[in-house]
Write a protein that binds this ligand. Sequence first.
Ligand code: AMP
Ligand code: MG
Length: 401
Amino acid sequence: MPPLTVDQALERILENVEPTGCDSLAIEAARGRTLAEPLAARVTQPPFDASAMDGYAVRTADVAHLPATLVVVGEAAAGHPFDGSIAPGEAVRIFTGAPLPHGADAVVIQENATRDGSKVVVQEGAIDAGHIRPRGFDFREGDVLLSAGRRLGPREVALAAAMGHGKVTVRRRPRVAILSTGDELVPPGSRPGPGQIIASNHLGVAGLAELAGAEVQMLGIARDTRADLDAHFVRAEGADVIVTIGGASVGDHDLVGPVLEARGMTMAFWKIAMRPGKPLMFGRLGRARVLGLPGNPVSSLVCTRVFLTPLVAALLGRPAKGERMQQARSAVPLEPNGPRQHYMRATLELGPDGTTLVTPVRSQDSSLLAPLARADCLLVRPINGPALPAGSLVPILPLDF
Ligand code: AMP
Ligand code: MG
C-alpha cells in the first residue's frame, strides 16, 4: 500500500474528533478561547437614538427655514440624558453619545450654530440627517452575532462584552502532552557533552500548540530504552493528544511505536508521502490521539503546523474548513517534485508590480533550524508536480508564528 498523502493522513487524524468539555469564564479572561455555544445579544446597541456629534438637538420642522432662532432649554451629555421634551421653537445643547431628547429628530452640529445667551441661531445650509445613531444601529437584542467554534480574539471579546455578556461558555483547552526522546538530548540551557545535542523541538511544538489554543504539558526527555519511555508515558494520563518527538522511524533505537503499542495504542499509520516528515506516526491510545513526530527540527515543526494545529482546532470545535492556502508567484523556476508533497522553506518579497514573489531558501535539509527561522512561508509542491517556470502561481503556507 502506498503511504498516505498529507490530506488522507489529516483526514484520519481528524476522524471522529469530539470537542472538549466546557468552561464558564469571565469575559475579561476569555480572550484566545473558543466559544462552545452561539452568542446572542442580550441588549440592543445603541440602546437609544444617540447623537453622533456635538451640537444642538432640534425639531426638523423648526429648521425648515433658515436662519432660525431657537430657545435652548437644557443639556444632554453622554450618561446625562435630558429628561424633558422639546417643544416647538426649542433646542437642547447635546454632546456625542447623549440620547436624543424626546421631541427632537435632528442634530445641528455646533459648527453650524451660533450661541447667543439662552438662544441659538441655526445658520443656513445647516441640516443633514446624518448626525444620529439610531437605536439598534449596531445590533438588536436576540441577534446571534458569534457562532459556536468562533475564536475570541480582541474584536470578538469586545463585541461579546458590548452584547451584554459578562461570562461566556468556552471549550476547555485541549491538553497536549509533549515528550522528547533520545539518548543524545540535553535540556535547553545546558552545555552538550560529547555526542550530545540540545533538545529544542519541544519548545517549537509547544509554542505552536499553545497558539492553536492548547494547554501544554511537558513530559521531559526520555532515553531510548523501553523502560524509560514507558515511565514517561505514565504522566500523559488524561491528555487529549500525546506528541512524541523522535524515535519514530525504523532504526534499532526507534522504540516509541512499540512501547506505545505495548501500552495499548492502535497504530493508524507511521509513514506519509510528505517531505519533510516521512516517518510520521499516528495512533489512538484510549481517548488520546498520539502523534509521533520525526526528530529532525524542521520535520517536527512542519508536521506540527500541518497536523497538530488542525487537530487542536477540531478539539476546540472550530469549523473544519481545510487549510486556507495562499498563493504567490515563484521568483525562480521550480524543479519537478518527487513522490512526496514537499513543504519548501521560502522567503517572500514584493515584486515590482506589487505581487508577492516567493523564493525557496537554498538548503532544504530537514535538520536546519536557521533557514526555517529565516523563512516567511512554506512553498507547497504537490506529489509529482511538474517543473514550473518562474512566475508560476504556487500555494504557500505562511509561517506567521
Ligand atoms: P530521530 O527521529 O530520533 O532519529 O531524530 C532525528 C534527528 O533529530 C536526530 O539528529 C536527533 O538528534 C534530532 N532530534 C530528535 N529529537 C530532538 C529534539 N527534541 N530537539 C532537537 N533535535 C532533536
Ligand atoms: Mg532519536
